[in-house]
Design a protein around this ligand. Structure first.
Ligand code: DC
Length: 235
């Protein structure tokens, strides 16, 4: 590939993957990071972790001032291996508890509090700086706010039906009533995440939108990997 002179050291590649729940963000982000040899950060897991800490420590998640006052207290650490990502709160493994219904129902309220966002955005930027080869960061505001200079910005979308079917599958939901309830909860959470004042769920102007409704995970991963490779060559 290098026809003349020694190879130059390339800049770390930063891939921002945003979008609502159930679009395949996590599976895609981990697979892209693994394939390209990059670090991985799930920022949703961090918002869930701080929410779990609030619930476990008796903080009323609907009291904005109480959440803001406590925002600096928990120590949140994310492991960046895409094949085995980890998350701890005050040194305790939080990967199980952050996926409970209780946390899912409270996370939008906690993540709307500006002090929470300031705290976590700082951690997210530190993680990106530390990743010498580069990193895939998934969330809702990565391309718009956290890493506006990312090398590649992807915005994943999918129909509400496709997202509900995927999420219900993850939750091992059974019948049509479960599916309808999953879809309603998902639409409600997206509305809260898109409607909040501080860095809402939004597509960056320069993000590439990929509708995953009719695509397999492998197809989405191939599409994103190709986009990253193209950018790397162009750079
Ligand atoms: O990706 P997830 O469903 O695990 O995210 C959980 C919640 O965290 C989501 O409802 C909104 C919030 N979130 C956010 O506000 N900003 C991010 N960058 C990532 C997640």
């Amino acid at each position: 590939m290098y026809k003349e002179g020694p190879p130059t050291v390339s800049n770390p590649v930063i891939v921002a993957i945003d979008g609502p729940s159930g679009t395949g963000k996590s599976s895609t982000s981990k697979a892209v990071a693994a394939e390209l040899g990059l670090s991985y950060l799930d920022t949703g897991a961090q918002y869930r972790a701080i929410t779990w800490w609030m619930l476990s420590n008796g903080v009323d998640v609907n009291d904005q001032a109480a959440v803001a006052n406590a925002a600096a207290k928990p120590v949140i650490e994310s492991g960046s291996d895409p094949l085995a990502p980890t998350i701890t709160v005050d040194g305790v493994d939080a990967s199980g508890p952050i996926r409970t219904q209780e946390v899912t129902a409270a996370v939008s309220a906690v993540s709307a509090v500006p002090e929470v966002r300031t705290r976590l955005v700082e951690l997210q930027r530190e993680a990106a700086e530390k990743a010498t080869a580069g990193i895939v960061v998934e969330g809702r505001d990565i391309g718009t706010t956290v890493l506006p200079d990312a090398t590649v910005k992807i915005f994943l979308t999918a129909s509400a039906e496709a997202r509900a079917v995927r999420r219900a599958g993850e939750l091992q939901a059974k019948g049509p009533a479960d599916l309808a309830a999953t879809q309603a909860a998902l639409v409600e959470r997206d509305a809260a995440d898109s409607g909040r004042k501080t860095s809402p769920l939004a597509k960056a102007e320069d993000a590439i939108e990929v509708d995953t409704s009719e695509l397999t995970l492998e197809q989405v991963v191939e599409c994103v990997v190709t986009l990253v490779e193209e950018k790397r060559v162009a750079a």
